[in-house]
Each structure stands twice: as structure tokens, then as C-alpha cells.
Design a protein around this ligand. Structure first.
Ligand SMILES: [Zn+2]
Length: 506
């Protein structure tokens, strides 16, 4: 034993001497110093999340063109004494819209939008324009109370309109400016990054204002068809929605439940597949972090029942709403432990896709539950950078982090996107994808703005963009066969995009 210990000490000493000599040699010898320096750069690059991507000749040309475009955009903003960073998306948006880079990001095939929410994915202007066509659509114009929120929309029989609601069409006719006011009430614009706002309170009001309208079955069907078409417009071929199931109604007094909701979504999907047969959809059954154990237990059972009937559509389970203010994931420990026995009863698994780490606080420990659970992807994972041991676990488990850059800025977690934790996770080799969370509520569609923003702020190159895009299919909940088809299609679309974009520089 003593012998082994002595040998160990001698060996450690020799290693130390060797390292020290190398360091001294490096300083005295330019070539060796350069070599050691380059080794450190390569060792770090090898860890990066995109280290397995090799660019083709035409991709390398586009990579250079994109990098030049970024430099010239920053330079022209500088010339106009405009800052590019540490600025809200809304302040920067006019410059983004007119940039050549944005044109290219619009063209780019995005693969899948893996993190989105029911009620937050369609353009609010379309919602108003479409809602006002219904004679039975009303808007609440009194002050907020426990039941209604100012600007809330709803569909009612003429003789059943609640107090405080007036006809939407009539209101807009008598006051054309109201349409614009209502738009501002349906989207959450954080115009400056320094201004104060009850962000989550205001955010949730946006959903309250359209929930009743969205439960009206005819509108529900149109809404999702429009949402799917928006995805096609932005070159998104696959969509996954954290879907909160709630009853639908019509004006004949009928109520519709989950089966009808699924059928209506399937119908909308089929309609959109007439435009793009490759477009696919999956739903992650979602409940709320303000529910108690008993309610979440019931929701988990409902998710199992629905997945049993629709295994091709329901792919997992999640809990949503403001993390820092509500129940922790460990509060639901009994529910997570119940999953094992339910999986035995039903004969299949219900993987988790939990929102975790949408926080800046080291006291938010939601990410600590992730390695212990059958969790495939993490929603946000912002404070993961505070827990190095968890980073290792997440990498070992090959969990993907769904990063929502603009959502994080708008909801106040990150002001300057150059300091977004996602940039660090990528460099640490954590697999990530880019999503837009609730683009409809943030006043835009699709994913182009999010990609534009991280390309600028994180100094991404085309390898990183490609990896982020392909991860969104690779880590999707598409079945293995569907995934292979989707990857093949994405490869084809990617190659076309490279050629098209390079032509823009000729
Ligand atoms: Zn989310």
C-alpha cells in the first residue's frame, strides 16, 4: 500500500515537472508556444455542440458571406450611431426587417419549431381581422375584474352577452383606432429593456384575452390552420405544441371535448399538407404549475388515455406557467413517481418535456429533477449554466435544451442577447435548438427573428446554424421512420437554400 502511494507521489511529481517544462519551453520557443496555444483552441472547439459538422465548399462560401454581412450590418449601424446589442427586439426590428441577413434567414429551412404553446402561435392582427367578421364576437370594454380582462374577446348569443361586452365589429366601426389599441392588448411588446413592467401579469392577460374566442370551435379550426400556414411561410416543416386541452363550444349550445379537438387539429393538418405534404405536427400534453398534486395526477392520466388513442400525435407531457412564482418540479415528485406504474398499466411510456430553468436564480432547482426523470428535452434551461455538474448529466443523457432567445429577452430574463446563457451552453457541448415560444404574443411569426438575433449576438457561423436546425428534427418526437423522412427532406431543402442564398451574393 505504502509502495503504491510512494509510486503515485513520484509519478505525480514527474508529471508536474513535465508540464512545467512544457510551459517554460513554450514561452522560450515561439513554435512550441503557438502549438500549445492552438491545441487549447482545438480542444475547446472539439467540445462545442457543433464539432461534428463539416461544411461543403458551397456552405463555406455562404459562411463567409454571412459573416461579412454581419460585419457590414454592425458597421452600418455604428455609422448611424445606432447600437445593435443591449437593445430591445422592438427597437431593432425596423433595421432587421430591411437587412439582407433577415432575407436569408427567412429563406433558411428551420426544420422544426419544437417549443411553442397553444394560444401563442398566430398573428394577433389576423385574430382581430378574423374575429370581427363574426357578428357574435364581442369585446370587454370595462375595467378588469375577477371574471374578465379589458380587451377580452368572446363569442356569445345575442341574448347572453355578459355585462361589459360590446360588439367587436360595432366598436371598430365607431372607433377605427380601437383595432390598433386591441392589437397592442393582444401582443406583449417590451419596447425598452430598462422599463418596468409586471411582465408575467401582462403576459398572462394576453392569453386571457383570446381564450374564450379560441374555444369557439369554428374559430379554433381557423386559428390552427392559420398557425400551420404561418409555419410553412417561414420554412418550418415540423411543429410541436405544448398543448393545453380545454373544451370547445358553439352557438348551438354544444360542447366538444378532446376527441373533437384532436379531429379538428388533424383536419387542419390535412388541409395544410395539401400545400406542403411534408409538414408534420406533434402535441405535448400540457398542464399547469399552479395545480396541486391531485389535479396534475388526473391530467397525467388523461394524457396517457389520449396517447393510447392517438399515439402518433400525443408524444409527451409538460407543466407550464411562471416557474419562479409557482410550484417547483420537486413538488410534483409523487406525480413523477406515479409515471412508472402508469407506464406498466398502459404498456407505453409518457416522456416528459419539462420547462425547467426559465430563471436567473440559483435557488430555482427545477433542473435538478431532470436527470432523475424520463425527460427528453428541456424548455429554456437558462440557469443550467449555474450548475456545472448538471451540465455533465444533461450531456450524458443527451437531453436537448430548447432555447427561446427573444422570449427570454421579452420576458425579462436576458437583456443583452450577447450574454444569453445559450451561447455558453453551445460552447460547453450541450445540444440545443432554437424556438420562439409564443411568437404570436410577441408580435411576430415563425423563427426567423430568433435565428437572426442569435446569429448576431452569439457570433454563430454556418456550422452552428446548421446544427441548430438539424437538431430540431433529430431531437423531435417524430417516430424513427418519420424522422428519417423529415431529415432527408431537410437535407434537400438545406442544399437548395445554400444555392439560393449564394446566388444573392453573385
Ligand atoms: Zn414555453
Amino acid at each position: 500500500m505504502l509502495k503504491t502511494k510512494t509510486l503515485y507521489i513520484i509519478l505525480s511529481f514527474l508529471v508536474l515537472i513535465a508540464c512545467k517544462n512544457e510551459a517554460v519551453d513554450s514561452k522560450n520557443n515561439h513554435a512550441a508556444y503557438e502549438k500549445a496555444w492552438n491545441n487549447l483552441v482545438s480542444a475547446n472547439n472539439d467540445i462545442s455542440f457543433d464539432s461534428d459538422i463539416y461544411l461543403s465548399e458551397s456552405e463555406t462560401i455562404l459562411d463567409k458571406n454571412l459573416s461579412d454581412l454581419r460585419d457590414s450590418f454592425i458597421e452600418s449601424m455604428h455609422q448611424n450611431q445606432q447600437s445593435v446589442f443591449n437593445k430591445s427586439f422592438y427597437e431593432l426590428r425596423p433595421a432587421i426587417d430591411t437587412s439582407k441577413l433577415y432575407k436569408i434567414f427567412s429563406l433558411m429551412p428551420k426544420g422544426g419549431l419544437l417549443h411553442s404553446h397553444s394560444g401563442g402561435i398566430t398573428d394577433a392582427k389576423w385574430i382581430i381581422a378574423h374575429a370581427k367578421e363574426y357578428d357574435e364576437c364581442y369585446v370587454y370594454t370595462h375595467e378588469d375584474n375577477a371574471s374578465y380582462t379589458y380587451g377580452q374577446l368572446g363569442i356569445f348569443q345575442k341574448n347572453q352577452v355578459p355585462k361589459g361586452f360590446v360588439s367587436l365589429g360595432g366598436k371598430i366601426k365607431s372607433n377605427p383606432g380601437f383595432e390598433d389599441e386591441l392589437y397592442k392588448l393582444l401582443i406583449l411588446e417590451r419596447l425598452t429593456i430598462s422599463g418596468h413592467m409586471d411582465i408575467w401579469g401582462e403576459f398572462e392577460k394576453r392569453f386571457d384575452r383570446i381564450n374564450h374566442l379560441l374555444s369557439y370551435r369554428p374559430f379554433f379550426k381557423e386559428y390552427y390552420k392559420k398557425a400551420f400556414l404561418d409555419m410553412l411561410d417561414d420554412n418550418i416543416q415540423h411543429l410541436e405544441i405544448r398543448f393545453v386541452f380545454g373544451d370547445l363550444y358553439d352557438l348551438e349550445g354544444n360542447k366538444y371535448y378532446n376527441e373533437t379537438i384532436i379531429q379538428d387539429l388533424r383536419d387542419a393538418l390535412l388541409e395544410v399538407q395539401k400545400v406542403d405534404p411534408m409538414f408534420t405536427l406533434k402535441l405535448i400534453y400540457s398542464s399547469f404549475k399552479f395545480f396541486d398534486n391531485e389535479s396534475v395526477g388526473k391530467e397525467i392520466e388523461k394524457a396517457f388515455q389520449l396517447k393510447q388513442l392517438h399515439p402518433d400525435l400525443i408524444t409527451g407531457f409538460d407543466l407550464v406557467a411562471e416557474e419562479d412564482a409557482l410550484n417547483s418540479l420537486s413538488y410534483y415528485r409523487d406525480n413523477w413517481l406515479q409515471l412508472d406504474s402508469l407506464e406498466k398499466v398502459y404498456g407505453f411510456e409518457l416522456p416528459l418535456f419539462l420547462h425547467a430553468g426559465e430563471s436567473n436564480s440559483k435557488n430555482n432547482k427545477n433542473l435538478f429533477d431532470i436527470p432523475l426523470l424520463n425527460n427528453y428535452r428541456i424548455g429554456h434551461g437558462l440557469n443550467l449554466v449555474l450548475f456545472p455538474e448538471l451540465i455533465k448529466e444533461i450531456k450524458e443523457k443527451d437531453n436537448l435544451v430548447e432555447i427561446n432567445p427573444l422570449s427570454n429577452q421579452i420576458l425579462g430574463y436576458v437583456n443583452d442577447l450577447r450574454n444569453h446563457p445559450g451561447k455558453i451552453l453551445l460552447r460547453h457541448g450541450v445540444q440545443c435548438s432554437i424556438s420562439s415560444d409564443d411568437p404570436g404574443v410577441f408580435g411576430y411569426e415563425g423563427l426567423g427573428y430568433d435565428f437572426w438575433s442569435v446569429f448576431m449576438a452569439w457570433e454563430l457561423d454556418l456550422s452552428a446554424l446548421k446544427k441548430l436546425v438539424f437538431n430540431s428534427i433529430q431531437y423531435s418526437t417524430l417516430a424513427e421512420g418519420e424522422k428519417q423522412i423529415a431529415l432527408k427532406e431537410l437535407n434537400k431543402r438545406w442544399d437548395t437554400f445554400i444555392d439560393q442564398s449564394n446566388k444573392l451574393f453573385e
